[in-house]
Design a protein around this ligand. Structure first.
Ligand code: ZN
Length: 153
């Protein structure tokens, strides 16, 4: 950002675009751990060019959806975020769940292996399908290769 003579700021060399509610066609729930950089990776690699998704970026991403007891507050907060996004963006057709080898399990005193985390990705997908009448896609992000996402069914 650079400050102009009148005191305002502009972004040199960057294009900032804003969107209308009807252009928003999906919701992406991702972990906000900056080391994994999931939202940026998902935007660049997964979401088709020109399609606009609402990011719901929280530590742990969507895992609280399938741990309603252990992560009770996160569970209800995330559900509230999804419901609010759906009411504000009625053209939403898909919920994209993105998980990875997440450290948030430590909050529950758990340290599961990759296999359990991938199984949880499938449970998350089933949970979302059971609660929302939308297309659901569940991806497990590779923490070594930035463009690699495993489709979980
Ligand atoms: Zn994480």
């Amino acid at each position: 950002m650079a400050q102009k003579a009148d005191g305002s700021f502009n972004n040199i060399g960057r294009i900032v675009i804003m969107y209308k509610a009807e252009e928003v066609v999906g919701i992406a729930i991702v972990c906000s751990d900056p080391r994994a950089n999931l939202w940026k990776r998902v935007k660049q690699v997964v979401i088709p060019h020109g399609r606009i998704y609402v990011p719901i970026s929280v530590l742990g991403g969507p895992i609280s959806l399938v741990y309603p007891q252990e992560l009770n507050l996160d569970h209800h907060t995330l559900l509230g975020q999804i419901h609010f996004a759906l009411s504000g963006f009625p053209h939403t057709a898909e919920i994209l769940s993105v998980t990875h080898d997440c450290g948030y399990y430590e909050k529950m005193g758990k340290n599961p292996g990759l296999q359990t985390k991938k199984e949880d990705a499938g449970r998350i997908s089933a949970f979302i399908k059971a609660h929302f009448d939308l297309q659901v896609r569940s991806l497990f992000a590779d923490d070594q290769e930035s463009e690699r996402f495993e489709e979980i069914r």
